[in-house]
Design a protein around this ligand. Structure first.
Ligand code: GDP
Length: 138
């Protein structure tokens, strides 16, 4: 099992001023930051990141949303990072997320849902590598 996951604070959350509160909750939950950047993706870059969802009906909306403003991308470390982070953020649809989870507190809808969290160790590696060179992480 890997002890790393990858996250993004999405444009809805950065634009509403939730970045600090979300990072605070992540760090208080025991994750340490191994890489971080504030970046505004182009539509092409967002499309490439979400390539796996290309056939899904919401792909166009997702790409437009993820390139609509800046995000914070980060690699996080903790024992059991992938599963524990998914628990911390809650269900994809904030209406179904547990009380106290990041999406319940900060997300508006299933599309604009405040944060991303990798769904497997393999994807955590692929997604972290998409954003960070070896020099940019430790
Ligand atoms: P996640 O692993 O919880 O992020 O969920 P998924 O892998 O199923 O979907 C990836 C992302 O696509 C979600 O986090 C949402 O931002 C977006 N998404 C998922 N379902 C929908 C939808 O029905 N409509 C829209 N507009 N976006 C969606």
């Amino acid at each position: 099992m890997s002890n790393r996951t990858f996250t993004m604070i999405k444009p809805d959350a950065t634009s509403k001023g939730y970045t600090g509160a979300i990072l605070d909750q992540i760090i208080k939950a025991g994750f340490s930051v191994k890489a971080m950047k504030w970046i505004h993706l182009s539509p092409a870059q967002a499309g490439q990141f979400y390539e796996v969802h290309k056939e899904r009906p919401f792909y166009g909306e997702l790409v437009e949303f993820m390139s609509s403003g800046p995000i914070v991308a980060a690699i996080l470390e903790k024992d059991n990072a992938v599963a524990d982070f998914r628990t911390l953020i809650g269900a994809t649809n904030p209406a179904q997320a547990e009380e106290g989870t990041i999406r319940k507190k900060f997300a508006a809808s299933i599309g604009e849902n405040a944060v991303h969290g990798s769904d497997s160790d393999d994807n955590a590696k692929i997604e972290g590598d998409f954003f960070f060179s070896g020099l940019e992480r430790f």
